[in-house]
Design a protein around this ligand. Structure first.
Ligand code: PLP
Length: 378
């Protein structure tokens, strides 16, 4: 058996064709047909004409969102704790202060109650947070109605980290399109990839124009090199966009495949004590199920997440622990945190299972037999 990975890039049909086209037409840098088409595909998908900037990563998209919201040194930015470090790193790039918020148990994303508590507490200390970053972790939409309401009530703009949530919807609307800014990642392990890359989803056309300006070293439109502000080298290349363009054509199929993988695990764990899957709380939520995640209650299951991880590792099946909350990370532990231990508990007992859209039937049969064997011995 070849090793089974957590989530692998999955080639579509037309990558070679589009990259070849770029090479033959000498469109080798940050302009060209692939960029135009990929941009159009995304703007159509999100129904946001002229509102999307293609960038070299999801992280740089978050950074440019913060810059456009005017986040500066010592400003406070509220951020979900249960996420990948890339969500919060750009806050620190701006020398601003992340204020971390715990998760709620249904979607595992930002708890609206703790969010409101945090805002009120910061305001009572005389500091109004300048932005909120919510994450749709593992593709599961956050409680976006409640969070938007709080964002509006206090007039604090929302940034949606939808890095892993392309294809997910809430009440039929696309994740990534709710906030003042949304971001997507096309990194290699996401639902589709451009090999590496990202997109910033804006609410106004001038934000897109500004993002593209900042992403190309803030070079002013003059006949000589003229810079009035600090810029970044964050733009996407036309070669990379050729891969993204081909992958965008199969997004729907990829989402359906990941959802099939989720059903596959649901059937395995049905009737097994002590195991719960991250599940859509109601019909309003449609997750792309980028990764299928489980929680293991040791008392009821008779084994821990670590036990199952080790067993699967022995059989060359890769799994991963859930996010270690950012407020517990050495790089962020000095910053304020609002919440209890929900996100910590998720980290302590959770596990991500192999969820790639290219898992074969043999892979699934093998994974199932290893898991069932392990459980029957417990
Ligand atoms: C992958 C990811 C990012 C970063 O995206 P890159 O394109 O790798 O920079 C940010 N946030 C979350 C939640 C992610 O999963």
């Amino acid at each position: 058996m070849k090793p089974i990975k957590l989530s692998l890039a999955h080639n579509a049909n037309n990558e070679v064709k589009y990259v070849e086209e770029a090479v033959l037409n000498n469109q080798l840098s940050n302009y060209g047909n692939n960029l135009n088409v990929f941009n159009k595909q995304l703007e159509t998908y999100f129904s946001k004409p002229n509102r999307i900037a293609l960038l070299n990563s999801g992280t740089s998209a978050i950074h440019l969102a913060l810059i456009q919201l005017g986040i500066k040194a010592n400003d406070e930015v509220i951020c979900q704790s249960f996420t990948f470090s890339a969500t919060a790193n750009p806050i620190v790039y701006q020398k601003a202060i992340p204020i971390f918020i715990d998760s709620e148990p249904e979607t595992w994303n930002m708890c609206p109650v703790q969010l409101e508590t945090a805002i009120k507490d910061r305001m009572s200390l005389g500091i109004k947070p300048k932005a909120i970053i919510v994450v749709h972790s593992y593709g599961m939409p956050a409680k976006i109605d409640e969070i938007l309401k709080i964002s509006e009530k206090f007039s604090i703009p929302l940034i949606e980290d939808a890095a892993g949530a392309l294809g997910s919807t809430y009440k039929g609307l696309k994740c990534g399109s709710f906030g003042e800014f949304g971001i997507i990642s096309f990194n290699g392990n996401k639902i589709i990839t451009s090999s590496s890359g990202g997109a910033l989803i804006c609410t106004a056309e001038d934000q897109k124009i500004k993002a593209n300006f900042l992403a190309t070293q803030s070079k002013a439109n003059k006949p000589f090199y003229h810079h009035e502000e600090i810029g970044y080298n964050y733009s996407m290349s036309n070669i990379v966009a050729g891969i993204g363009r081909a992958q965008m054509e199969v997004l729907k199929e990829r989402v359906l495949k990941r959802r099939e993988v989720n059903v596959f695990y649901k059937e395995i764990f049905e009737g097994i004590n002590g195991i719960t899957l991250l599940t859509e709380p109601s019909e309003y939520y449609y997750s792309n199920h980028w990764l299928t995640c489980i929680l293991i209650n040791f008392e009821e299951a008779g084994f821990s997440n670590e036990d199952l991880k080790k067993e699967l590792e022995k059989h060359n099946i890769e799994t991963r622990f859930l996010w270690k909350p950012l407020h517990l990370q050495p790089i962020f532990s000095e910053f304020p945190y609002y919440g209890k231990s929900s996100s910590e508990q998720l980290f302590n007992i959770g596990l991500c299972l192999p969820s790639g859209s290219n898992l074969s039937i043999q892979d699934k049969v093998y994974i199932k037999s290893v898991i069932m064997n392990f459980i029957s011995k417990k």
